[in-house]
Design a protein around this ligand. Structure first.
Ligand code: SAM
Ligand code: SF4
Ligand code: F3S
Length: 486
């Protein structure tokens, strides 16, 4: 089963897509799920489109599982759906605008087929709550990230002719017992949510308001999900949380506390052939213990996403990131010392409140220091209700934000190109994920450092196998290589 992206939308700078691995892009892509060959079984169909971070994509798989329990099957075609769902993101204004545009398309469908139900899920549902039903008249259902178990009741309410809404946040919900229905899966790589919510209060960020308090999922359910994926042929899991380093689960029977380093070890021990990745790490919480655990297990990938946001200590303080430039540099040094061939990627926000040219230069210089393999780069977008919106004026003119962002992008492009050219001649173990986008004669796969490499197929190997590849050519976006074993 092969599913194409329904559309790709980039909210800030079109040059970004050259630098970003689209499958891991945050908050700016929409993706529809379903089945390519749809045999009409007479079952009710749902169509789901997801925006935002990997957590949202992972949540859509929980929702799909709940719907499948009600007898629904997925479809890729809006025109065939009885239920149209959009899992939304509020992180930047542009992300919300994109969803509103899509809702207009869905509403046009509902006008043609009045029985169709439209539901809004996720962070925008949580942020706007009842307002959604008032603003978007044709929306039938508004469901926050902690209320997906209530979907069957909400659908029943809609079927009775009312609107359905549940945006209650929970301190406990982790959906630990729900086996996600893997959507858009290559059958090799899967996400596992290990926690929900966020207790940090970065002043620019809406996530603590839309996702609620941080809570960690039962470690044993995480291990059994990883084991089950391995048994079904998956070879890579990515452990997801807004701040994985603060994972902490207390076993209610023994009172033993499992922290992130221990969890990583437990997942790595499921099988040496199961690769383990994780996202996102927080500079204030990433410990040397986590780094030593990564170094000790070959199957824990040498890749850390460590958002810096800004290189200026003054701005970091206004952002309430709770670390400064020196602390961040110390963490970079620790990673380089403990895991010498570890790739590091980041998130950068340009043009935060009061940012001066000197602050901006400090961001460029920390990028130069850290030599990121990849970066998600944004300009600051004020979000209603956040600490920054309440306390600081959004005082950097848009053209200045954009100019600075372009300088950040240019800096990253040069670093990415240097990294990639440096890879020519190197040999990497690659997990084959499937055919390359351009040719059925070529495979694509990532190395431990999360870089995608495209190479010619040879007989006897298939998706899900590990193979050794030598890099032969590189651009700032792609590595080409050839298989060197067998
Ligand atoms: N929890 C992760 C962390 O702390 O690094 C990041 C989560 S956030 C969903 C993803 C990224 O979006 C952030 O790292 C930040 O760079 C960006 N972001 C969040 N709020 C933003 C805003 N108001 N304007 C621009 N970018 C924003
Ligand atoms: Fe937002 Fe900060 Fe939490 Fe990340 S750590 S989700 S940026 S509040
Ligand atoms: Fe967006 Fe919510 Fe994720 S705001 S980035 S979908 S946690």
């Amino acid at each position: 089963m092969k599913i194409e992206y329904s559309h790709m939308l980039y909210d800030q700078n079109p040059t970004l897509d050259k630098l970003q691995d689209k499958t891991h892009d945050e908050s700016i892509q929409g993706q529809a799920y379903g089945q390519e060959e749809e045999i009409d079984t007479g079952k009710k169909k749902f169509y789901i489109e997801s925006y935002g971070c990997q957590m949202n994509f992972s949540d859509s798989e929980i929702v799909a599982s709940i719907l499948s329990g009600m007898g629904f099957v997925p479809t890729q075609q809006i025109a065939r759906a009885d239920l149209i769902l959009v899992n939304t993101c509020s992180v930047r204004d542009k992300a919300e605008e994109t969803v509103r545009k899509r809702l207009r398309v869905f509403n046009a469908e509902k006008t043609k087929r009045p029985g169709t139900m439209i539901g809004v899920l996720g962070c925008m549902a949580e942020r706007l709550k009842k307002k959604f039903l008032e603003e978007e008249r044709l929306v039938d259902m508004v469901v926050g990230p902690d209320s997906y178990r209530d979907i069957p009741n909400l659908i029943a309410t809609v079927e009775e002719g009312d609107k359905g809404i549940n945006v209650l946040l929970s301190r406990e919900e982790t959906y630990a017992d729900i086996a996600p229905m893997r959507l858009d899966s290559n059958g090799i790589c899967a996400f596992i949510s290990i926690m929900r919510g966020c207790d940090n209060m970065c002043s620019f960020c809406v996530v603590p308001f839309t996702r609620g308090r941080e809570r960690s999922r039962d470690a044993f359910t995480i291990i059994s999900e990883a084991q089950d994926l391995y048994n079904r042929g998956y070879r890579e899991v990515t452990l997801l949380g807004q701040n994985v380093d603060s994972y902490k689960w207390e076993n209610p029977e023994t009172s033993h506390i499992v922290d992130f380093a221990q969890l990583l070890k437990m997942v790595a021990e499921v099988n040496p052939l199961l690769r383990v990745r994780f996202s996102t790490s927080h500079p204030k919480d990433i410990t040397d213990e986590v780094l030593h655990t990564m170094a000790a297990y070959h199957n824990i990938c040498n890749y850390i996403h460590l958002p810096v946001q800004s290189g200026s200590s003054r701005i970091l303080e206004l952002m309430n990131r709770t670390y400064d430039r020196e602390w961040y540099i110390d963490r970079i040094d620790a990673i380089r010392n403990i895991i010498p061939d570890c790739a590091i990627s980041t998130d950068v926000i340009s043009g935060f409140c009061t940012e001066t040219e000197e602050d901006h230069q400090e961001t460029l210089s920390i990028m130069e220091y850290a030599q990121y393999s990849m970066a998600y780069m944004f300009f600051y977008s004020e979000r209603p209700g956040t600490l920054a919106a309440r306390k600081y004026e959004d005082d950097i003119p848009e053209e200045v934000k954009k100019r600075r962002l372009n300088e950040v992008i240019e800096m990253q492009r040069a670093i990415s190109l240097k990294h990639n050219l440096n890879d020519i001649g190197k040999r990497y173990e690659v997990l084959i994920e499937g055919d390359s986008k351009k040719s059925g004669e070529q495979f694509k796969g990532r190395n431990s450092q999360n870089k995608m490499i495209v190479f010619d197929k040879i007989d006897g190997i298939k998706a899900g196998d590990y193979t050794n590849v030598e890099v032969t050519e590189a651009t700032s976006a792609t590595l080409l290589g050839k298989i060197i074993d067998i």
